[in-house]
Design a protein around this ligand. Structure first.
Ligand SMILES: [Zn+2]
Length: 287
């Protein structure tokens, strides 16, 4: 009883300390949500605008998702190269919020698209970018909510150490796959390929997951044979018809989700997302 009274009077007399409200934060996709969540650990939980399993390249927002933007104090998103449909709702619905466009973070690795002009938007698949984004996220949260600044920075550093650890793990894991001749389903793994020096031969679909042109087929078959491609790194939602049309039956097929939708709710999502790609490539060897 005494304890209870004591706690109650504490909340009344100590302004805002333990009871301070966490900032309301909205994020675009699962991997960014995971990074922001890691920084906000112990303070609050960010909202996710795009549901897991949807394609960021083409999506239509639902009312509940609009609400997450309307209520937000801060919005973290990769940028319109990844989610062109999100640009308008962010400027109209989240007009009061601070918008942090992560593709503008100084020092991150940015790769061009493989087959056309523009920026490859799958930037989170390079752990170097994840690392720099954690500092960017912590800085904006700390500025907005100085009371929890120490917590944000501490969380970010903890997560950065975890990313370094998983990167080292992946480095040694992929050593046997250095000569693997593989293609990807859609051109989304370039950042991972680049970060760990594992270039793929090509991909069935371009970076925005648009269907390849009709003339692409013959050219692509030639590319596969010429390079003696043995492995396809596929992903959830891939078209089986397209895969069987474009590849040969002896090709080994393995799968990883570049968005980590299959990992939602599990701990260490960002690290496991990266680890899963390395594991998928290894699986192609050990088929
Ligand atoms: Zn994509």
């Amino acid at each position: 009883m005494f304890k209870k009274i004591c706690a109650a009077s504490l909340t009344l007399t100590m302004p805002n300390y333990a009871s301070a409200q966490a900032p309301v934060v909205a994020t675009d996709i699962v991997p960014i949500h995971a990074l922001v969540q890691a920084v906000m650990q112990g303070v609050g939980k960010p909202e996710l605008v795009m549901p897991p399993g949807a394609s960021p390249h083409s999506y239509s927002m639902r009312p509940g998702e609009a609400l997450a933007l309307e209520n937000a104090d801060l919005v973290f998103w990769v940028g319109e190269d990844l989610t062109p449909w999100l640009k308008r709702p962010i400027t109209t619905l989240a007009s009061d919020a601070e918008i942090i466009t992560l593709i503008n973070t100084p020092g991150i690795h940015i790769l061009p698209l493989s087959h056309e002009d523009g920026t490859d938007p799958h930037l989170w698949l390079d752990p170097h970018n994840g690392d720099l984004w954690l500092s960017e996220i912590a800085q904006h949260l700390a500025e907005y909510d100085p009371e929890n600044a120490a917590r944000y920075w501490e969380n970010a550093q903890l997560m950065q150490a975890k990313i370094e650890q998983v990167s080292n793990e992946i480095e040694s894991m992929v050593i046997p796959t250095k000569n693997l001749k593989y293609i990807t389903y859609h051109d989304s793994f370039q950042y991972f390929e680049n970060a760990f020096s594992l270039p793929s031969v090509g991909s069935l679909l371009d970076s925005d997951a648009a269907q390849a042109g009709a003339g692409h087929f013959v050219e692509f078959q030639a590319l596969l044979l010429e390079n003696e491609v043995t492995c396809l790194l596929s992903e959830p939602g891939a078209s089986q018809a397209l895969i069987s049309n474009m590849t040969y039956p002896t090709m080994r097929i393995t799968q990883a989700d570049p968005l980590g939708s299959d990992l939602v709710g599990a701990p260490d999502l960002y690290q496991n997302l990266l680890l899963n790609i390395a594991q998928a490539l290894r699986a192609c060897l050990e088929y």
